[in-house]
Design a binder for this molecule. Structure first.
Ligand code: ADP
Length: 368
């Protein structure tokens, strides 16, 4: 599709060919004025393309009544775009009402959606938008877009107007909602970190709606396809990749594992062979008890009664196997130890160290 606003303007979008899969969240990123909002608005015909076609679910949108089309596509904009003289419930009921839904059903659905986006229907349902915080307004905006359960959502800088802490929370919650609902979402943002955090694929545009690259977040950050994308993702893309790199069991260090009943002398010798200045201690059923420093075992090795169990120290922090490297590394940096245990439920998988982080990040990079 293409869009030229004025006859003499250069095109806002030139010959864009983009396919989005059902249930996929694609983030559109790029510098201001590159055509992101125009692309989004051509989907629900708030902007009419001057060339090409937009096909939603097999149907050419130009042949669909624009009003009917918009009712079937949720649209979320910055600050929620709520109607100020309508209550929260009335705002959410906008499309169901237009569709002629039963009022009791509409209300029930509205309350369900408020709960879904983390608002209490009793406390917030009858308030006016001005009586809500920015983050709450944004939540209502999402609830309203979901009201008639549209298969497609268009989101234009939806979390752009809230402070970073609230934005972080909204992103997390939106990810959870999207995992559950699996809408087909186009999400415009100028914030690359937001894009890589929430999107299945990220589309990077340059001026004129030129698609420079579309890829999953890890690929975008590890293998930018053009100079433009390299500049856009920034020289700190290595750090950004932390957030999109999962912890893999095979990358973790497997230290020496001791049992609490092992003798100190035996354990000290085993550790000398292992080479690490510490070992991990698991009980008979494989439960993680903590770790022991080699120094303590060496000091106790003369005492035949001394056991590993007498010298165990607890880990202050444990990492879940589902976490990403960013939060895991951050936990590692927040403490004095240079290693942290990673667990899948109760099962001990190995330890995370700075070296592990480096190995995991290097994997997947194209050879230099
Ligand atoms: P983005 O969302 O990436 O910031 P936009 O889609 O808003 O970019 O704008 C793309 C280009 O189209 C810009 O050059 C902008 O000035 C122009 N543009 C956007 N809307 C209009 C409009 N209604 N009339 C004329 N030009 C417009």
């Amino acid at each position: 599709m293409s869009k030229r606003y004025g006859r003499h303007d250069s095109p806002a979008v030139r010959h864009l060919d983009l396919a989005v899969r059902r249930g996929e969240l694609v983030a559109l990123v790029g510098p201001s004025g590159c055509g992101k909002s125009t692309i989004l608005r051509m989907v629900n015909r708030l902007v009419e393309p001057t060339g090409g076609r937009v096909v939603v679910d097999g149907r050419d949108t130009a042949r669909t009544d624009a009003v009917a089309l918009r009712r079937g596509i949720g649209y979320v904009i910055q600050a929620g775009g709520l109607m100020p003289h309508r209550t929260v419930r009335q705002n959410i009921a906008t499309v169901p009402k237009l569709l002629g839904w039963d009022p009791a059903l509409t209300r029930r659905r509205g309350d369900e959606l408020l709960e879904l986006v983390g608002l209490d229907p009793w406390a917030h349902g009858d308030r006016y938008p001005a009586q809500l915080s920015g983050g709450q307004q944004q939540r209502v905006g999402v609830a309203r877009a979901l009201a008639a359960d549209p298969p497609v959502l268009l989101m234009d800088e939806p979390f752009g107007a809230v402070d970073p802490v609230v934005r972080d929370r909204l992103q997390g919650e939106f990810r959870r909602i999207q995992r559950e609902l699996r809408k087909t979402v186009l999400f415009v943002t100028h914030d690359l970190d937001e894009a890589v955090r929430i999107a299945d694929r990220v589309a990077v545009f340059s001026t004129g709606g030129v698609l420079e690259q579309i890829a999953d977040p890890a690929t975008l950050l590890s293998a930018p396809a053009s100079e433009f994308v390299v500049d856009f993702v920034g020289s700190d893309r290595g750090l950004r990749r932390l957030a999109v790199t999962p912890i893999r069991a095979e990358d973790l260090e497997r230290p020496l594992v001791l049992a609490p009943g092992d003798g100190a002398a035996y354990a000290a010798t085993a550790l000398e062979l292992d080479g690490r200045p510490w070992a991990v201690v698991l009980d008979g059923s494989g439960r993680l008890l903590g770790w022991v420093p080699r120094g303590a075992l060496l000091a106790a090795r003369g005492n035949r009664a001394a056991r590993v169990g007498d010298h165990v120290r607890e880990f202050g922090t444990r990492i879940g196997a589902h976490e990403d490297l960013r939060s895991a590394f951050s936990a590692l940096l927040a403490q004095e130890l240079r290693f942290l245990p990673v667990l899948a439920g109760e099962e001990f998988l190995g330890v995370l160290t700075p070296d592990v982080v480096h190995t995991a990040l290097r994997r997947g990079l194209p050879p230099a």
